[in-house]
Design a protein around this ligand. Sequence first.
Ligand code: FES
Length: 363
Amino acid sequence: MFESTDDAMPVQGIDLAQEPDFDLGSLRVRPATCEVERDSVSQTVQRRVMQVLVALAQARGSVVSQDDLVARCWRGLSVTDDAIFRCISKLRKLAADYPDAPFAIETIPGVGYRLTSSGVAAAPGPVAPAAPGNRRRSVRRLGVVALLAFVASIAAAIWIGRTNLGEPPPVRVTVAPFEALTSSENARALARSIPNQIVNQLGDSQVEAVLAGDKDGAGARSGLLVTGILHDDGRNTNVDVRIEDGPTHAALWSAQYKRASDQASDLPLEVAARVADEANMVTFARSGIAAHWKASAYRSILELAEACDVPVRWSCRTGVCHNCESGLVSGAVAYGPEPLEKPADGNLLVCCSQPTGDVVIDL
Ligand code: FES
């Protein structure tokens, strides 16, 4: 949960794009791409988690206080201890993924965290954490410079969001042919039309949608896989549709639809619209996070932002106070509940809105 505090002092945070690669034990850490690599195998970590890793590594074995982590990784916003702990947990899990545990993070109760490494940690920069008692003084000394840098970074982020972040993220939805369990030729035709409708619905989104050649979607080596079965007994038409993780086939979402057989002609459109809703992408431009919207899991974009650890101001969560008003870089949203007053042009209220397609938000 995040809220801005009135006296939060803008502090220049860790700009991952400017951080050089460095070694941490047997790992090669690449901040700019949020990757860690060993033996030519790399894995991606979340942007915030990478910022925390860089902050701890730069301390070269010294303790980094929670205040310093917040100042450098959350731009001074007020965050709960839980948000910091989640990042630390993810880093510990990352280290545990490797048999030699290339680094460890020690908790110093009531003080902060210290990163230690079994190998040589060529820390990326000589940035030492400020002593707790001096932090506010040094921040104030740098106030004007930091404020200018902060404003410039926000302007740059908005500019980047409006120019570059509209590019399609590497997300792919593979739609497999729907199996038709029926002797009715009409019902078979309906089953054949559903995948095409889904691809059409996704056609103007950032999602790359393709048809698979077989009902198991064998080509879906990444992204999402949509599968389905249509049953028709002459009286009723039933469609079971399911979204799976492409590589593992783990079920992510499913739904059933039922119509009288003579009233089933609009089923493909309805199924396609619902699948498209589930597959919409929400991009939080400043945080560099893109996530699938799941209409069945989130009531608002605010809930998705919180699930992604994206800092958001909010208060009423019902469309009254406008504390959550943010820039809508691209896309459109619907409101439920309706806010008392609409946000300004080009903005949205994240607490009570849902995407109606792919959206890019200035958060
Ligand atoms: S939090 Fe009050 S309008 Fe969104």
